[in-house]
Design a protein around this ligand. Structure first.
Ligand code: BGC
Length: 764
């Protein structure tokens, strides 16, 4: 129980019903109801998963009105590109320090929904297509922020995977998909890092609004995961306040001007809400209020130059080198370069909507590049939305590119193309950016394309570019970070947290997005991102986990602490990585587990751990991972629990999802083997797969043999050849009844089946 619980309980006992109801709804846009007579203050929240958005004037939840200046850090996928837990914890700490100095009690982040489609307008806030990477990054972020005494609010619970119709779309999926992908992303950070608050998503999941979803809020979040914090709604995200309260939603945000209170009052009158539920929600909110009060520091300050500098270091470890043909990068000082594109002077470095920050300043890439270049730098804006101006700018860009030794083209997604509240229409960068890239590529073979975008984009010109650098939205200090990377002062070490498919049509959600009639069916199931591209053998443009370095890394053999493993065991996997190049650098070692083929279709492999290792030239380090039952399991819908079937699994260490460097097998033995009832429609093959079934098959054959019926004796059941055995494997038991001239009639068969089911647990 939370250490503030008892005190909170006492306060609840002193509140009148009116006061309690007022506490369950925001006092205004950003705060909770204070009770001066009891010495209870208002708890203040503010946006900013990647930079504080504290509004003091007119407030909104879409980033329309300015907020106090704060540092804009790298975006969600940007942070996840670091694959660096310590670094993200540090990022969280910086955010917490700024929040504390601004008097903010809870930061409304991290935002961690799974990237299901590249079109989702808020992908720039979300970390990854993979729940493990997402979960680890979120846990690190929360620990960092909360280490400063500021709380976090993990959002949006759950399955807010598109902005189109986000207020009411029903995300419909089977339980396995929900558990393995969409909830798993939340489960780890909630259990491990204990965010003070959870924000519900606006959408529905399997029929119920998330804010009214008892399965999500009570059964799973509180009862299964043991969550003790409070749950708040997304802004304007409450539909039926009484139902929401009964389902487990504590705080409605923002203020609903008496409506929410009245609805709960009605609920109390008609019995859909109980006073105990009201008290319990008040207690949970007050725990956070008390914790906030204990942690506040009116003298807290922050150091802007140091935070800006950290924003640069962060960006340096997040930028991804996607391609580097002929080691065109790093550039040497003195090389004549042409810098082209509007993003070189006006970079797109941050998000939009409620994640929009009023940056304290920003580094201009062109200026930072000039500081390093030590030679002639040509610049051309290169593109414009105005066709006439565009023609002239393209001609100039072509000339400058040809004149230089290397061209650097800046392109990507301009602000407004991806935004909160709307999705993109396609996966392309705007035509006027695309035209610039193509024109420059035609004029200069040594071209480096630098991309700034919040989500994957198509790159039809990829083959012609010598190098491609992906920055996502790199934060206000991106300019300096990029210059350091381009000139080799920093060795790039980011890796893709999402797959970049060649075309939008390849995306697993393509046929089931954005849904219709208010429903979107997640028919691809657990096959999201690389899980889909792997199993379908579709080559992406750049795969999940991909990212190059200016050095190279060698992997030793994979060693496992055991050859066998059971449900209660842990398995240690070790692999040694060596920097085989001549520059210091960092490698992200990715650990995947591949399950054996079985009755349930599973991904070819799934990420189960990762570690970023920093290595000097020639240096080696051994990386260690601990695997538990859950790392081998899938969510079995019949059992209603996680289940790792018997069989040989492989543990893989990889440099990307498509670059496995070493592997080792382990034999898994579950404590309890899943029992699958034998029925009349079970096949002979299924019988043969388990001991009790083999015995039953023996009985079937004896009964038939004893009949002496020549027609029956000719059945392939008595043919001992491998071919015949293979053939009868697919034969259902009911068919045996039919083929046996009724010797083995349904009564006998049913008795044998019942005996067999009695006898033993059977393998799937
Ligand atoms: C967003 C939340 C945000 C809130 C407050 C909503 O529109 O979905 O993520 O925290 O506004 O600005």
């Amino acid at each position: 129980m939370n250490e503030y619980s008892e005190k909170a309980q006492q306060l609840v006992a002193q509140l009148t019903l009116d006061e309690k109801l007022s506490l369950l709804t925001g006092k205004n846009f950003w705060g909770t109801q204070p009770f001066p007579r009891l010495g209870v203050s208002s708890m203040e929240v503010a946006d900013g998963p990647y930079g504080l958005r504290k509004q003091v004037g007119i407030s909104d939840h879409m980033g329309w009105n300015k907020s106090q200046p704060a540092v804009a850090y790298v975006s969600g996928p940007g942070m996840a590109s670091s694959w660096d837990k310590d670094l993200i914890r540090e990022a969280g700490r910086h955010l917490g320090v700024e929040a504390k100095a601004a008097g903010v009690d809870i930061l409304l982040g991290p935002a961690i929904n799974i990237v299901r489609t590249p079109l989702c307008g808020r992908n720039f806030e979300y970390y990854s297509e993979d729940p493990r990477l997402t979960g680890e990054m979120a846990a690190a972020y929360i620990k960092g922020v909360q280490s400063t005494g500021v709380g976090t609010c993990i959002k949006h619970f759950a399955a807010n995977n598109q902005e189109k119709d986000r207020e009411y779309i029903d995300a419909v999926m089977d339980e396995r998909t929900l558990r393995e992908i969409y909830l798993a992303a939340f489960e780890r950070p909630i259990k491990e890092a204990k965010p003070w608050s959870v924000m519900t998503a606006l959408n529905k999941v399997n029929g119920d609004y998330c804010s009214e979803n008892r399965t999500l809020l009570q059964d799973i979040l509180r009862d299964e995961w043991g969550y003790e914090g409070f749950v708040m709604s997304d802004w304007n995200g409450v539909n039926d306040r009484a139902k929401a309260l009964a389902a487990g939603l504590d705080l409605e945000m923002p203020c609903s001007h008496g409506v929410g209170e009245e609805r709960i009052r009605q609920g109390l009158a008609d019995g859909t809400v109980t006073e105990e539920e009201v008290d319990e929600s008040c207690r949970r909110i007050l725990c956070a209020v008390l914790q906030s009060e204990a942690n506040r520091d009116p003298n807290a300050t922050w150091n802007e130059p140091a935070h800006h500098d950290f924003a640069r270091q962060l960006a340096e470890r997040c930028v991804i080198l996607l391609k580097n043909e002929g080691n065109i990068l790093p550039l040497s000082a003195g090389t004549k370069i042409a810098v082209l594109g509007e993003f070189a002077t006006e970079p797109r470095f941050q998000m939009d909507g409620s994640a929009l920050v009023n940056p304290t300043r920003h580094d201009v890439p062109l200026e930072k590049i000039k500081e390093k270049a030590g030679g002639q730098v040509l610049y051309g804006k290169g593109c414009s939305r105005d066709p006439e101006e565009q023609a002239a700018l393209l001609a100039e860009a072509e000339r400058l590119a040809a004149e230089a030794d290397v061209a650097l083209v800046f392109a990507g997604l301009p602000a407004g193309v991806e935004a909160e509240g709307k999705d993109r229409k396609d996966m392309k960068i705007p035509a006027y950016h695309d035209a610039l890239i193509r024109r420059v590529l035609a004029a200069q073979k040594n071209t480096v394309v630098v991309l700034c975008n919040g989500s994957p984009v198509e790159m039809p010109w990829e083959k012609d570019a010598a190098a491609i650098v992906e920055c996502f939205l790199g934060g206000q200090a991106l300019g300096g970070a990029l210059a350091n990377i381009l000139y080799g002062e920093v060795n790039p070490s980011g890796k893709l947290p999402v797959t970049f498919p060649k075309a939008l049509e390849n995306n697993p959600a393509y046929l089931n997005y954005p849904g219709q009639g208010g429903r979107v069916e997640y028919q691809e199931g657990v096959f999201v991102g690389y899980r889909y591209y792997d199993v379908k053998h579709i080559d992406p443009l750049f795969c999940f986990g991909h990212g190059l370095s200016y050095t190279t890394f060698g992997y030793g053999d994979m060693t496992l602490s055991a050859e066998h493993m059971g449900d209660d065991d842990t398995l240690t996997a070790r692999v040694t990585v060596t920097n085989t190049g001549s520059r210091a650098g960092a490698e992200v070692v990715q650990l995947y587990v591949a399950a054996p083929k079985g009755a349930v279709l599973r991904p070819e492999k799934e990420l189960r751990g990762f570690e970023k290792v920093f290595l000097q030239p020639g240096e080696s380090k051994t990386v260690e991972f601990t695997l538990t039952r859950r790392d081998f399991a899938y969510y079995d819908m019949e059992l209603g629990e996680w289940y790792a079937p018997e069989g040989e699994y492989k543990v893989l260490a990889a440099s990307s999802s498509r670059d496995v460097r070493c592997e080792a097998p382990v034999q898994y033995h579950p404590a309890r083997i899943k029992r699958r009832e034998i029925t009349g429609w079970s096949t002979i093959g299924e019988l043969r797969a388990c001991q009790a079934g083999q015995e039953m098959y023996g009985q079937i054959r004896s009964i038939l043999k004893a009949s002496g019926n020549p027609r029956v004796l000719e059945l392939p059941l008595f043919d001992e050849s491998e071919q015949a055995k293979e053939r009868v494997n697919d034969l259902p038991l009911r068919m045996v009844t039919l083929l046996s001239d009724n010797i083995l009639n349904n009564d006998i068969m049913d008795r044998l089946i019942a005996e067999c089911n009695q006898k033993a647990l059977q393998t799937v």
